[in-house]
Ligand binder design. Structure first.
Ligand code: ARG
Length: 579
Protein backbone atom coordinates (compact mmCIF):
# COMPACT_ATOMS: atom_id res chain seq x y z
CA UNK A 1 0.00 0.00 0.00
CA UNK A 2 1.07 3.56 -0.69
CA UNK A 3 -0.74 6.88 -0.94
CA UNK A 4 -0.80 6.87 -4.73
CA UNK A 5 -2.45 3.45 -4.85
CA UNK A 6 -4.99 4.48 -2.21
CA UNK A 7 -5.98 7.54 -4.23
CA UNK A 8 -5.87 5.66 -7.50
CA UNK A 9 -8.35 3.15 -6.19
CA UNK A 10 -10.70 5.91 -5.08
CA UNK A 11 -10.46 7.74 -8.39
CA UNK A 12 -10.90 4.50 -10.32
CA UNK A 13 -14.07 3.75 -8.39
CA UNK A 14 -15.36 7.29 -9.04
CA UNK A 15 -14.77 6.84 -12.79
CA UNK A 16 -16.82 3.65 -12.67
CA UNK A 17 -19.69 5.12 -10.65
CA UNK A 18 -19.77 8.08 -13.03
CA UNK A 19 -20.28 5.56 -15.82
CA UNK A 20 -16.76 5.28 -17.26
CA UNK A 21 -15.40 1.74 -17.21
CA UNK A 22 -11.72 0.79 -17.67
CA UNK A 23 -10.50 4.35 -18.08
CA UNK A 24 -6.99 5.34 -17.13
CA UNK A 25 -7.10 7.51 -14.03
CA UNK A 26 -3.63 9.08 -14.49
CA UNK A 27 -3.23 10.08 -10.86
CA UNK A 28 -0.03 11.71 -9.64
CA UNK A 29 1.31 14.21 -7.12
CA UNK A 30 0.03 17.68 -8.05
CA UNK A 31 2.07 19.96 -10.29
CA UNK A 32 0.89 22.88 -8.17
CA UNK A 33 1.25 21.85 -4.52
CA UNK A 34 -0.20 25.22 -3.53
CA UNK A 35 -3.51 24.19 -5.07
CA UNK A 36 -3.75 20.46 -4.46
CA UNK A 37 -2.01 17.36 -3.12
CA UNK A 38 -2.76 15.00 -5.98
CA UNK A 39 -4.31 15.39 -9.40
CA UNK A 40 -6.05 13.03 -11.83
CA UNK A 41 -5.61 13.74 -15.54
CA UNK A 42 -7.60 10.76 -16.83
CA UNK A 43 -10.78 12.69 -17.66
CA UNK A 44 -8.99 14.54 -20.46
CA UNK A 45 -7.88 11.49 -22.42
CA UNK A 46 -11.20 9.79 -21.80
CA UNK A 47 -13.27 12.74 -23.04
CA UNK A 48 -11.08 13.00 -26.11
CA UNK A 49 -11.56 9.34 -27.04
CA UNK A 50 -15.32 9.59 -26.50
CA UNK A 51 -15.74 13.01 -28.13
CA UNK A 52 -17.13 14.58 -24.99
CA UNK A 53 -16.46 17.83 -23.19
CA UNK A 54 -13.49 17.13 -20.85
CA UNK A 55 -14.60 19.57 -18.18
CA UNK A 56 -18.03 17.98 -18.00
CA UNK A 57 -16.52 14.51 -17.69
CA UNK A 58 -14.14 15.78 -14.99
CA UNK A 59 -17.00 17.46 -13.10
CA UNK A 60 -18.99 14.22 -13.05
CA UNK A 61 -16.07 12.30 -11.59
CA UNK A 62 -15.28 15.09 -9.14
CA UNK A 63 -18.88 14.96 -7.86
CA UNK A 64 -18.34 11.31 -6.96
CA UNK A 65 -15.02 12.03 -5.26
CA UNK A 66 -16.54 14.81 -3.18
CA UNK A 67 -18.70 12.20 -1.44
CA UNK A 68 -15.55 10.55 -0.07
CA UNK A 69 -14.62 11.92 3.34
CA UNK A 70 -10.96 11.09 2.58
CA UNK A 71 -10.69 14.38 0.70
CA UNK A 72 -11.08 17.85 2.16
CA UNK A 73 -11.40 19.44 -1.25
CA UNK A 74 -12.03 18.23 -4.80
CA UNK A 75 -12.19 20.63 -7.73
CA UNK A 76 -11.78 20.75 -11.49
CA UNK A 77 -9.08 22.98 -12.92
CA UNK A 78 -8.03 24.05 -16.42
CA UNK A 79 -9.35 21.94 -19.30
CA UNK A 80 -10.30 19.04 -17.00
CA UNK A 81 -7.74 18.20 -14.32
CA UNK A 82 -9.25 16.89 -11.11
CA UNK A 83 -7.50 18.37 -8.09
CA UNK A 84 -7.65 16.66 -4.72
CA UNK A 85 -6.67 17.73 -1.24
CA UNK A 86 -6.48 15.10 1.46
CA UNK A 87 -7.81 15.56 4.97
CA UNK A 88 -5.06 15.88 7.54
CA UNK A 89 -6.44 13.06 9.73
CA UNK A 90 -6.43 10.72 6.73
CA UNK A 91 -2.88 11.63 5.85
CA UNK A 92 -1.60 11.07 9.37
CA UNK A 93 -3.50 7.79 9.74
CA UNK A 94 -1.59 6.27 6.84
CA UNK A 95 1.86 7.19 8.10
CA UNK A 96 2.55 4.20 10.33
CA UNK A 97 1.21 1.50 8.00
CA UNK A 98 3.05 2.93 4.99
CA UNK A 99 6.20 4.58 6.21
CA UNK A 100 7.24 1.93 8.70
CA UNK A 101 7.30 -0.71 5.96
CA UNK A 102 10.71 -1.96 4.95
CA UNK A 103 10.45 -0.16 1.59
CA UNK A 104 8.36 2.76 2.86
CA UNK A 105 5.40 1.95 0.62
CA UNK A 106 7.24 0.95 -2.53
CA UNK A 107 5.52 -1.91 -4.32
CA UNK A 108 6.58 -3.47 -7.52
CA UNK A 109 3.95 -3.74 -10.24
CA UNK A 110 5.55 -6.19 -12.62
CA UNK A 111 7.66 -9.33 -12.16
CA UNK A 112 11.21 -8.96 -10.79
CA UNK A 113 13.91 -9.51 -13.37
CA UNK A 114 17.48 -10.70 -13.53
CA UNK A 115 19.71 -7.85 -14.65
CA UNK A 116 23.38 -7.72 -15.60
CA UNK A 117 24.89 -4.24 -15.40
CA UNK A 118 28.19 -3.48 -17.10
CA UNK A 119 29.94 -0.49 -15.51
CA UNK A 120 33.31 0.82 -14.33
CA UNK A 121 35.13 -0.50 -17.41
CA UNK A 122 38.79 -0.04 -16.36
CA UNK A 123 41.58 -0.80 -18.83
CA UNK A 124 44.84 -2.49 -17.90
CA UNK A 125 47.74 -0.18 -18.73
CA UNK A 126 45.60 2.95 -18.61
CA UNK A 127 45.01 5.15 -15.63
CA UNK A 128 41.44 5.58 -14.39
CA UNK A 129 40.21 9.06 -15.13
CA UNK A 130 37.17 11.23 -14.68
CA UNK A 131 35.13 9.14 -17.18
CA UNK A 132 35.47 6.12 -14.93
CA UNK A 133 33.87 8.09 -12.11
CA UNK A 134 30.72 8.44 -14.18
CA UNK A 135 30.52 4.84 -15.41
CA UNK A 136 31.06 3.30 -11.96
CA UNK A 137 29.04 5.84 -10.06
CA UNK A 138 25.99 5.93 -12.33
CA UNK A 139 26.05 2.21 -13.08
CA UNK A 140 26.23 1.31 -9.42
CA UNK A 141 23.41 3.74 -8.52
CA UNK A 142 21.19 2.16 -11.17
CA UNK A 143 22.11 -1.26 -9.80
CA UNK A 144 21.14 -0.12 -6.31
CA UNK A 145 17.81 1.27 -7.53
CA UNK A 146 17.02 -1.95 -9.42
CA UNK A 147 18.00 -4.05 -6.42
CA UNK A 148 15.74 -1.95 -4.19
CA UNK A 149 12.91 -2.44 -6.69
CA UNK A 150 13.32 -6.20 -6.30
CA UNK A 151 15.44 -7.24 -9.27
CA UNK A 152 18.25 -9.72 -9.01
CA UNK A 153 21.25 -7.69 -10.11
CA UNK A 154 24.80 -8.53 -11.14
CA UNK A 155 27.31 -5.69 -11.57
CA UNK A 156 30.30 -6.57 -13.77
CA UNK A 157 33.41 -4.41 -14.24
CA UNK A 158 34.32 -5.78 -17.70
CA UNK A 159 38.03 -5.27 -17.23
CA UNK A 160 39.86 -4.34 -20.45
CA UNK A 161 42.68 -6.87 -20.08
CA UNK A 162 43.11 -8.33 -23.55
CA UNK A 163 44.15 -7.54 -27.08
CA UNK A 164 46.93 -5.44 -28.60
CA UNK A 165 47.40 -3.12 -25.58
CA UNK A 166 48.59 -6.16 -23.59
CA UNK A 167 51.13 -7.05 -26.25
CA UNK A 168 52.39 -3.48 -26.15
CA UNK A 169 52.78 -3.45 -22.38
CA UNK A 170 54.53 -6.82 -22.47
CA UNK A 171 56.95 -5.53 -25.10
CA UNK A 172 57.84 -2.40 -23.15
CA UNK A 173 58.32 -4.36 -19.92
CA UNK A 174 60.58 -6.78 -21.79
CA UNK A 175 62.71 -3.86 -23.07
CA UNK A 176 63.01 -2.35 -19.62
CA UNK A 177 63.55 -5.54 -17.65
CA UNK A 178 64.86 -8.11 -20.14
CA UNK A 179 66.22 -10.28 -17.33
CA UNK A 180 62.82 -11.17 -15.94
CA UNK A 181 62.40 -14.98 -15.97
CA UNK A 182 59.22 -14.79 -18.05
CA UNK A 183 61.09 -14.47 -21.33
CA UNK A 184 63.45 -17.43 -20.84
CA UNK A 185 62.97 -20.41 -23.11
CA UNK A 186 63.06 -22.80 -20.13
CA UNK A 187 60.64 -20.74 -18.00
CA UNK A 188 58.61 -22.88 -15.57
CA UNK A 189 57.02 -20.66 -12.95
CA UNK A 190 57.60 -17.48 -10.97
CA UNK A 191 57.18 -18.86 -7.46
CA UNK A 192 58.98 -16.56 -5.03
CA UNK A 193 59.87 -14.03 -7.73
CA UNK A 194 59.24 -10.35 -7.06
CA UNK A 195 58.55 -8.30 -10.18
CA UNK A 196 60.70 -5.17 -10.44
CA UNK A 197 57.90 -2.91 -11.72
CA UNK A 198 55.02 -1.06 -10.07
CA UNK A 199 51.58 -0.05 -11.31
CA UNK A 200 53.00 3.36 -12.22
CA UNK A 201 55.49 1.64 -14.54
CA UNK A 202 52.70 -0.30 -16.23
CA UNK A 203 50.64 2.81 -16.78
CA UNK A 204 53.64 4.64 -18.13
CA UNK A 205 54.60 1.71 -20.37
CA UNK A 206 51.44 1.66 -22.44
CA UNK A 207 51.53 5.11 -24.10
CA UNK A 208 55.31 4.82 -24.55
CA UNK A 209 54.91 1.44 -26.25
CA UNK A 210 52.07 2.70 -28.39
CA UNK A 211 54.19 5.57 -29.69
CA UNK A 212 57.26 3.39 -30.28
CA UNK A 213 55.26 0.79 -32.18
CA UNK A 214 54.05 3.42 -34.60
CA UNK A 215 57.62 4.37 -35.53
CA UNK A 216 59.50 1.14 -35.12
CA UNK A 217 58.44 -1.85 -37.21
CA UNK A 218 60.40 -4.41 -35.22
CA UNK A 219 58.86 -3.14 -32.02
CA UNK A 220 55.38 -3.46 -33.52
CA UNK A 221 56.20 -6.95 -34.72
CA UNK A 222 57.20 -7.96 -31.21
CA UNK A 223 54.00 -6.49 -29.77
CA UNK A 224 51.90 -8.37 -32.31
CA UNK A 225 53.73 -11.61 -31.59
CA UNK A 226 53.36 -11.16 -27.85
CA UNK A 227 49.65 -10.48 -28.27
CA UNK A 228 49.21 -13.66 -30.25
CA UNK A 229 51.43 -15.78 -27.95
CA UNK A 230 49.59 -14.46 -24.92
CA UNK A 231 46.26 -15.41 -26.46
CA UNK A 232 47.58 -18.82 -27.43
CA UNK A 233 48.62 -19.46 -23.85
CA UNK A 234 52.41 -18.90 -23.64
CA UNK A 235 53.04 -19.62 -19.96
CA UNK A 236 55.72 -16.98 -19.33
CA UNK A 237 53.74 -14.20 -20.97
CA UNK A 238 50.55 -15.27 -19.21
CA UNK A 239 52.24 -15.20 -15.81
CA UNK A 240 53.77 -11.79 -16.43
CA UNK A 241 50.47 -10.49 -17.79
CA UNK A 242 48.70 -11.77 -14.68
CA UNK A 243 51.10 -9.75 -12.52
CA UNK A 244 50.23 -6.44 -14.09
CA UNK A 245 46.53 -7.26 -14.46
CA UNK A 246 46.43 -7.96 -10.73
CA UNK A 247 48.14 -4.64 -10.00
CA UNK A 248 45.53 -2.78 -12.07
CA UNK A 249 42.68 -4.72 -10.56
CA UNK A 250 43.82 -4.04 -7.00
CA UNK A 251 44.16 -0.34 -7.75
CA UNK A 252 40.72 -0.14 -9.37
CA UNK A 253 39.16 -2.11 -6.55
CA UNK A 254 40.63 0.34 -4.08
CA UNK A 255 39.20 3.30 -6.01
CA UNK A 256 35.77 1.70 -6.31
CA UNK A 257 35.75 0.86 -2.64
CA UNK A 258 36.62 4.44 -1.78
CA UNK A 259 33.70 5.56 -3.94
CA UNK A 260 31.40 3.00 -2.33
CA UNK A 261 30.80 1.52 -5.78
CA UNK A 262 30.06 -2.17 -5.53
CA UNK A 263 30.83 -4.76 -8.20
CA UNK A 264 29.80 -8.40 -8.04
CA UNK A 265 32.08 -9.58 -10.79
CA UNK A 266 35.47 -8.72 -12.24
CA UNK A 267 35.24 -10.61 -15.47
CA UNK A 268 37.73 -9.38 -18.01
CA UNK A 269 37.85 -9.45 -21.78
CA UNK A 270 40.31 -12.32 -21.30
CA UNK A 271 37.65 -14.35 -19.47
CA UNK A 272 35.96 -15.09 -22.79
CA UNK A 273 39.08 -15.66 -24.91
CA UNK A 274 38.40 -19.31 -25.76
CA UNK A 275 34.71 -18.75 -26.20
CA UNK A 276 35.45 -15.82 -28.47
CA UNK A 277 37.58 -17.94 -30.81
CA UNK A 278 34.90 -20.62 -31.02
CA UNK A 279 32.23 -18.01 -31.66
CA UNK A 280 34.24 -16.44 -34.46
CA UNK A 281 34.70 -19.82 -36.15
CA UNK A 282 30.99 -20.48 -35.85
CA UNK A 283 30.06 -17.09 -37.32
CA UNK A 284 32.48 -17.62 -40.20
CA UNK A 285 31.09 -21.06 -40.95
CA UNK A 286 27.46 -20.03 -40.80
CA UNK A 287 28.11 -17.25 -43.29
CA UNK A 288 27.03 -14.46 -40.93
CA UNK A 289 30.59 -13.15 -40.96
CA UNK A 290 31.97 -12.21 -44.36
CA UNK A 291 35.54 -11.76 -45.52
CA UNK A 292 36.10 -8.20 -46.62
CA UNK A 293 39.54 -6.93 -47.59
CA UNK A 294 41.18 -9.44 -45.26
CA UNK A 295 38.92 -8.58 -42.32
CA UNK A 296 35.92 -10.54 -41.05
CA UNK A 297 32.87 -8.33 -40.82
CA UNK A 298 29.16 -8.63 -40.07
CA UNK A 299 26.90 -6.46 -42.20
CA UNK A 300 24.25 -4.33 -40.48
CA UNK A 301 20.79 -3.12 -41.46
CA UNK A 302 20.29 0.23 -43.20
CA UNK A 303 23.28 2.53 -43.33
CA UNK A 304 24.89 1.32 -40.09
CA UNK A 305 28.51 0.43 -40.92
CA UNK A 306 29.48 -3.24 -40.57
CA UNK A 307 30.71 -4.66 -37.28
CA UNK A 308 34.36 -5.71 -37.46
CA UNK A 309 34.84 -9.08 -35.86
CA UNK A 310 38.45 -9.80 -36.83
CA UNK A 311 40.71 -7.18 -38.40
CA UNK A 312 42.91 -7.76 -41.42
CA UNK A 313 45.88 -8.53 -39.15
CA UNK A 314 43.88 -11.45 -37.72
CA UNK A 315 43.19 -9.94 -34.29
CA UNK A 316 39.72 -10.28 -32.79
CA UNK A 317 38.20 -6.92 -32.03
CA UNK A 318 36.38 -5.12 -29.18
CA UNK A 319 32.98 -6.04 -30.65
CA UNK A 320 33.89 -9.72 -30.86
CA UNK A 321 34.78 -9.71 -27.17
CA UNK A 322 31.50 -8.03 -26.30
CA UNK A 323 29.52 -10.60 -28.29
CA UNK A 324 31.33 -13.48 -26.61
CA UNK A 325 30.82 -11.83 -23.22
CA UNK A 326 27.09 -11.58 -23.91
CA UNK A 327 27.03 -15.27 -24.77
CA UNK A 328 28.78 -16.05 -21.48
CA UNK A 329 26.40 -13.83 -19.51
CA UNK A 330 23.38 -15.50 -21.09
CA UNK A 331 24.69 -18.93 -20.17
CA UNK A 332 25.72 -18.04 -16.67
CA UNK A 333 22.90 -15.74 -15.50
CA UNK A 334 20.05 -15.95 -18.04
CA UNK A 335 19.39 -12.22 -17.61
CA UNK A 336 16.20 -10.50 -18.77
CA UNK A 337 18.06 -7.22 -19.24
CA UNK A 338 21.70 -6.27 -19.82
CA UNK A 339 22.70 -2.63 -19.32
CA UNK A 340 25.90 -0.90 -20.43
CA UNK A 341 27.22 2.34 -18.99
CA UNK A 342 29.81 4.18 -21.07
CA UNK A 343 30.15 7.71 -22.34
CA UNK A 344 28.05 8.63 -25.34
CA UNK A 345 30.86 8.02 -27.85
CA UNK A 346 30.30 4.26 -27.94
CA UNK A 347 26.77 4.35 -29.30
CA UNK A 348 27.68 2.93 -32.71
CA UNK A 349 29.63 0.11 -31.12
CA UNK A 350 26.68 -0.95 -28.98
CA UNK A 351 24.17 -0.55 -31.80
CA UNK A 352 26.26 -2.99 -33.86
CA UNK A 353 26.80 -5.41 -30.99
CA UNK A 354 23.12 -5.46 -29.98
CA UNK A 355 21.82 -5.94 -33.51
CA UNK A 356 24.34 -8.71 -34.18
CA UNK A 357 23.63 -10.44 -30.86
CA UNK A 358 19.94 -10.62 -31.78
CA UNK A 359 20.51 -11.59 -35.41
CA UNK A 360 22.82 -14.45 -34.49
CA UNK A 361 20.66 -15.69 -31.62
CA UNK A 362 23.47 -15.14 -29.10
CA UNK A 363 20.82 -13.16 -27.22
CA UNK A 364 17.17 -14.27 -27.54
CA UNK A 365 14.62 -11.80 -28.85
CA UNK A 366 12.87 -11.27 -25.50
CA UNK A 367 16.03 -10.19 -23.68
CA UNK A 368 16.51 -6.43 -23.50
CA UNK A 369 19.89 -4.92 -24.28
CA UNK A 370 20.16 -1.35 -23.12
CA UNK A 371 22.85 1.16 -23.85
CA UNK A 372 22.88 3.81 -21.11
CA UNK A 373 25.20 6.56 -22.32
CA UNK A 374 26.27 9.50 -20.21
CA UNK A 375 27.60 12.96 -20.97
CA UNK A 376 31.06 14.29 -20.25
CA UNK A 377 32.48 16.14 -17.29
CA UNK A 378 33.54 19.58 -18.47
CA UNK A 379 35.64 22.41 -17.12
CA UNK A 380 34.51 26.03 -16.81
CA UNK A 381 35.30 26.45 -20.54
CA UNK A 382 32.70 23.77 -21.34
CA UNK A 383 35.41 21.49 -22.77
CA UNK A 384 36.33 18.12 -21.21
CA UNK A 385 37.72 18.76 -17.73
CA UNK A 386 41.50 19.17 -17.45
CA UNK A 387 43.83 19.75 -14.52
CA UNK A 388 45.68 23.05 -14.24
CA UNK A 389 48.67 21.69 -16.18
CA UNK A 390 46.39 20.57 -19.00
CA UNK A 391 46.37 16.84 -18.18
CA UNK A 392 43.33 14.62 -17.80
CA UNK A 393 42.67 14.34 -14.06
CA UNK A 394 42.92 10.84 -12.69
CA UNK A 395 40.15 9.42 -10.60
CA UNK A 396 42.51 9.12 -7.65
CA UNK A 397 43.40 12.78 -7.95
CA UNK A 398 39.73 13.77 -8.01
CA UNK A 399 38.96 11.76 -4.89
CA UNK A 400 42.05 12.93 -2.99
CA UNK A 401 41.42 16.53 -3.87
CA UNK A 402 37.76 16.43 -2.80
CA UNK A 403 38.73 14.77 0.48
CA UNK A 404 41.46 17.33 1.14
CA UNK A 405 39.06 20.18 0.51
CA UNK A 406 36.51 18.66 2.87
CA UNK A 407 39.25 18.32 5.44
CA UNK A 408 40.25 21.98 4.96
CA UNK A 409 36.66 22.98 5.69
CA UNK A 410 36.98 21.16 8.98
CA UNK A 411 40.21 22.92 9.81
CA UNK A 412 38.58 26.27 9.13
CA UNK A 413 35.68 25.29 11.39
CA UNK A 414 33.00 25.44 8.70
CA UNK A 415 32.02 21.86 9.48
CA UNK A 416 33.00 19.26 12.03
CA UNK A 417 33.99 21.64 14.81
CA UNK A 418 33.56 19.08 17.58
CA UNK A 419 35.32 16.19 15.93
CA UNK A 420 38.55 14.52 17.01
CA UNK A 421 41.38 14.26 14.49
CA UNK A 422 40.66 10.63 13.76
CA UNK A 423 36.98 11.43 13.19
CA UNK A 424 37.96 14.29 10.93
CA UNK A 425 40.03 11.92 8.79
CA UNK A 426 37.22 9.47 8.38
CA UNK A 427 34.41 11.96 7.95
CA UNK A 428 36.25 14.22 5.53
CA UNK A 429 36.62 11.18 3.29
CA UNK A 430 32.89 10.45 3.50
CA UNK A 431 32.01 14.10 2.83
CA UNK A 432 34.48 14.59 -0.02
CA UNK A 433 33.35 11.43 -1.78
CA UNK A 434 29.67 12.32 -1.27
CA UNK A 435 30.31 15.74 -2.80
CA UNK A 436 31.94 14.18 -5.84
CA UNK A 437 29.33 11.47 -6.25
CA UNK A 438 26.33 13.67 -5.76
CA UNK A 439 27.51 16.27 -8.27
CA UNK A 440 27.89 13.44 -10.74
CA UNK A 441 24.48 11.90 -10.03
CA UNK A 442 22.26 14.93 -9.62
CA UNK A 443 21.93 15.83 -13.31
CA UNK A 444 20.23 13.79 -15.97
CA UNK A 445 23.02 11.39 -16.89
CA UNK A 446 22.93 12.05 -20.63
CA UNK A 447 23.85 15.68 -20.05
CA UNK A 448 27.34 17.10 -19.74
CA UNK A 449 28.05 18.95 -16.53
CA UNK A 450 30.62 21.42 -15.34
CA UNK A 451 33.02 20.23 -12.69
CA UNK A 452 33.09 22.81 -9.91
CA UNK A 453 34.96 21.65 -6.85
CA UNK A 454 34.05 24.63 -4.68
CA UNK A 455 30.39 24.32 -5.46
CA UNK A 456 30.16 20.59 -4.97
CA UNK A 457 31.64 20.93 -1.49
CA UNK A 458 29.42 23.80 -0.35
CA UNK A 459 27.22 23.07 2.65
CA UNK A 460 24.38 25.12 1.15
CA UNK A 461 22.55 24.39 -2.08
CA UNK A 462 22.08 21.16 -3.99
CA UNK A 463 25.23 19.37 -2.86
CA UNK A 464 26.32 16.14 -1.20
CA UNK A 465 27.50 17.92 1.97
CA UNK A 466 24.14 19.71 2.32
CA UNK A 467 22.32 16.37 2.21
CA UNK A 468 24.70 14.68 4.62
CA UNK A 469 24.38 17.60 6.98
CA UNK A 470 20.59 17.34 7.00
CA UNK A 471 20.68 13.59 7.57
CA UNK A 472 23.28 13.88 10.33
CA UNK A 473 21.01 16.40 12.00
CA UNK A 474 18.03 14.03 11.76
CA UNK A 475 20.11 11.30 13.37
CA UNK A 476 21.44 13.47 16.15
CA UNK A 477 18.08 15.01 17.09
CA UNK A 478 16.51 11.56 17.29
CA UNK A 479 19.40 10.36 19.36
CA UNK A 480 19.19 13.30 21.74
CA UNK A 481 15.43 13.47 22.20
CA UNK A 482 14.74 9.78 22.47
CA UNK A 483 12.27 7.46 20.84
CA UNK A 484 8.60 8.38 20.30
CA UNK A 485 6.25 6.49 22.63
CA UNK A 486 3.90 5.33 19.86
CA UNK A 487 3.62 5.73 16.09
CA UNK A 488 0.82 8.30 15.91
CA UNK A 489 1.06 11.57 13.99
CA UNK A 490 -0.85 14.82 14.06
CA UNK A 491 -0.46 17.86 11.84
CA UNK A 492 -0.22 21.22 13.60
CA UNK A 493 1.96 23.16 11.16
CA UNK A 494 2.12 23.48 7.33
CA UNK A 495 5.78 22.42 7.37
CA UNK A 496 4.81 19.08 8.87
CA UNK A 497 2.16 18.53 6.25
CA UNK A 498 4.52 19.38 3.41
CA UNK A 499 7.17 17.00 4.69
CA UNK A 500 4.71 14.18 5.26
CA UNK A 501 3.18 14.53 1.83
CA UNK A 502 6.62 14.46 0.28
CA UNK A 503 7.45 11.26 2.17
CA UNK A 504 4.44 9.61 0.57
CA UNK A 505 5.73 10.32 -2.93
CA UNK A 506 8.83 8.17 -2.32
CA UNK A 507 7.40 5.09 -4.11
CA UNK A 508 6.44 7.06 -7.22
CA UNK A 509 9.90 8.57 -7.41
CA UNK A 510 11.56 5.19 -7.09
CA UNK A 511 9.38 3.91 -9.92
CA UNK A 512 10.31 6.82 -12.21
CA UNK A 513 13.99 6.39 -11.36
CA UNK A 514 13.70 2.68 -12.06
CA UNK A 515 11.80 3.01 -15.34
CA UNK A 516 14.22 5.59 -16.70
CA UNK A 517 17.40 4.22 -15.12
CA UNK A 518 17.70 7.71 -13.67
CA UNK A 519 19.54 8.18 -10.37
CA UNK A 520 19.02 11.95 -10.70
CA UNK A 521 15.34 11.43 -9.89
CA UNK A 522 16.31 10.01 -6.50
CA UNK A 523 18.93 12.74 -6.08
CA UNK A 524 16.31 15.38 -6.72
CA UNK A 525 13.81 13.76 -4.43
CA UNK A 526 16.32 13.44 -1.60
CA UNK A 527 17.30 17.07 -2.00
CA UNK A 528 13.67 18.21 -1.73
CA UNK A 529 13.13 15.95 1.24
CA UNK A 530 16.11 17.48 3.02
CA UNK A 531 14.83 20.97 2.22
CA UNK A 532 11.40 20.08 3.61
CA UNK A 533 13.08 18.64 6.67
CA UNK A 534 15.09 21.80 7.22
CA UNK A 535 11.94 23.90 6.99
CA UNK A 536 10.20 21.60 9.44
CA UNK A 537 13.18 21.69 11.78
CA UNK A 538 13.21 25.47 11.63
CA UNK A 539 9.46 25.99 12.06
CA UNK A 540 8.52 23.21 14.45
CA UNK A 541 10.24 22.94 17.79
CA UNK A 542 10.43 19.41 19.09
CA UNK A 543 12.06 19.94 22.44
CA UNK A 544 9.62 22.56 23.67
CA UNK A 545 6.43 21.07 22.24
CA UNK A 546 3.75 19.45 24.42
CA UNK A 547 3.97 15.69 24.91
CA UNK A 548 1.71 14.61 22.04
CA UNK A 549 3.12 17.11 19.53
CA UNK A 550 6.64 16.13 20.52
CA UNK A 551 5.76 12.47 20.02
CA UNK A 552 4.27 13.21 16.62
CA UNK A 553 7.25 15.27 15.49
CA UNK A 554 9.68 12.57 16.58
CA UNK A 555 7.71 10.14 14.47
CA UNK A 556 7.79 12.42 11.49
CA UNK A 557 11.51 12.80 11.96
CA UNK A 558 12.04 9.05 12.22
CA UNK A 559 10.05 8.46 9.01
CA UNK A 560 12.01 11.16 7.24
CA UNK A 561 15.32 9.70 8.31
CA UNK A 562 14.23 6.28 7.19
CA UNK A 563 13.22 7.41 3.70
CA UNK A 564 16.26 9.68 3.37
CA UNK A 565 18.60 6.81 4.23
CA UNK A 566 16.91 4.57 1.67
CA UNK A 567 17.58 7.27 -0.95
CA UNK A 568 21.15 7.83 0.19
CA UNK A 569 21.76 4.13 -0.10
CA UNK A 570 20.35 4.03 -3.63
CA UNK A 571 22.82 6.75 -4.56
CA UNK A 572 25.66 4.94 -2.81
CA UNK A 573 26.19 7.79 -0.33
CA UNK A 574 27.43 6.91 3.14
CA UNK A 575 25.91 8.97 5.92
CA UNK A 576 28.11 9.67 8.95
CA UNK A 577 26.73 9.93 12.51
CA UNK A 578 28.45 13.25 13.13
CA UNK A 579 29.71 16.02 10.92
N1 ARG B 1 36.96 -0.52 -21.24
C1 ARG B 1 36.04 0.18 -22.10
C2 ARG B 1 36.53 1.61 -22.35
O1 ARG B 1 37.28 2.15 -21.59
C3 ARG B 1 34.65 0.26 -21.51
C4 ARG B 1 33.97 -1.05 -21.37
C5 ARG B 1 32.51 -0.95 -21.55
N2 ARG B 1 31.85 -2.23 -21.52
C6 ARG B 1 31.78 -3.06 -22.54
N3 ARG B 1 31.20 -4.23 -22.34
N4 ARG B 1 32.25 -2.78 -23.72
O2 ARG B 1 36.13 2.18 -23.34
Amino acid sequence: MNLLSVINEKVGAAFKTAGYQDAQTLVRAADRPDLADYQANGALALAKSQHQNPREVAEKIAEELKKDSFFSEVSVAGPGFINMKIKDEELTKLAAPILTQEKAGYERVDKPRTVVLDYCGPNVGKVMHVGHLRSGNIGDAVRRIMTFAGDKTIGDAHLGDWGRPMGLVLTELQKRWPDMPYFKADYKDDKGYQVPFTLADVIEAYPVASAKAKEDEAYMEQAKNYTRELQEGNKGLRDLWKKFVDLTKADTQDLMQQLNVHLDLWWGESTVNDRCNEMIERLKKSGVAELDDGAWIIRQEGDTPPLILVNSAGASMYAATDLATLEARMEEFKPDVVLYFTDARQSLHFAQVFATAKKTGIVPENVKLEYQPFGSVNGADNKPYKTRDGGVPTLRFLIDSAVQKARAKMESGEIGRDLTDAEKDEISHTVGVAALKFMDLMNDKVKNYIFDEDRMLATEGKTGPYLLYAMVRMKSVLEKLGKPKDDTLTITNPAERKLLLNLYTFPENVQIAYDNRAPHVIADYLYKLCQDFNLFYHDCSIKDADESTKNSRLNLLAYTLKVALLCADMLGLKVPNKM
